[in-house]
Design a protein around this ligand. Structure first.
Ligand code: 13P
Length: 256
């Protein structure tokens, strides 16, 4: 089963009209050189419209969060999924560890947002991963299982026909401490195994991304792993040269 590589930029709460325009111009200049890689940018919601209008050919737009509500209404500060699709979003990040840790999003809340995203026509990028304490306590697999099964239980295995899963060990995010290819591959194989217990075909076709200090100098090694289908990139996605160098690593493997 061949899975396409996906390289996604999570801009987090960064950017400005000027910086975004420069970043997009840099991506546009090189997007044609990675024809076999899916590219995605996830700017802050304030910039979805302007980034959507300036999106280079071949690059998809994603949001970083959405409301769990199926219908619009009196939910001050929230963003309804239909608003995101109207602005051109195809994807939305769900359950990023920063939302779990800083905004108290539970496994169930992430699952509900994932369900709402799909109901409103968005592809969820479900983010899961263990903290350093959890890894050191030997509970990495239990944590990954709990986070993934919360979604499988609520939405079913069939829902993964139209979803992406991002393994992002919390201790590797923004720290410069990348998971080793062996650590990342072990987690990815475990996650694919959990999906395969329910449906081997779906497990074989689901894109599993690695995130956490993924940079141009480690992307090739990570993406070479059998169960790693691309990356969810934070810091390095803010520099066009770095983001596209990571995409080029995926392109080289796609063609190899
Ligand atoms: P960094 O690439 O900055 O470590 O961030 C990873 C991440 O959280 C992407 O969602």
């Amino acid at each position: 089963m061949t899975r396409k590589y996906l390289v996604a930029g999570n801009w987090k709460m960064n950017g400005s009209l000027k910086a975004n325009a420069e970043l997009l111009a840099g991506i546009a200049a090189q997007a044609a050189s990675v024809p076999d890689v899916d590219l995605l940018v996830c700017p802050p919601s304030a910039y979805l419209e302007s980034v959507g209008k300036a999106l280079p050919a071949g690059v998809q737009l994603g949001a970083q969060n959405l409301s769990d509500q199926l219908k619009p209404g009196a939910f001050t500060g929230e963003l309804h999924g239909a608003m995101l699709t109207e602005l051109g979003c195809r994807y939305v990040l769900i359950g990023h560890s920063e939302r779990r840790a800083l905004y108290h999003e539970t496994d169930l809340k992430a699952a509900e947002k994932y369900r709402t995203a799909q109901a409103l026509g968005l592809i969820p990028v479900l983010c899961i991963g263990e903290t350093l304490d959890e890894r050191e306590a030997g509970s990495t697999e239990a944590v990954l299982r709990r986070q993934l099964e919360a979604v499988i239980d609520l939405c079913g295995i069939e829902s993964f026909k139209s979803a992406v899963v991002a393994y992002e060990p919390v201790w590797a995010i923004g720290t410069g401490k990348t998971a080793s290819p062996q650590q990342a591959q072990a987690a990815h194989a475990f996650l694919r195994g959990l999906l395969a217990e329910r449906n081997a075909n779906i497990a074989g076709s689901t894109q599993l991304l690695y995130g956490g200090s993924c940079k141009p100098d480690n992307a090739h090694e990570l993406f070479s792993c059998a169960d790693i289908d691309g990356g969810l990139i934070g810091g390095a996605s803010l520099k066009a040269a770095d983001f596209m160098a990571i995409a080029a690593a995926a392109q080289a493997l796609a063609k190899a």
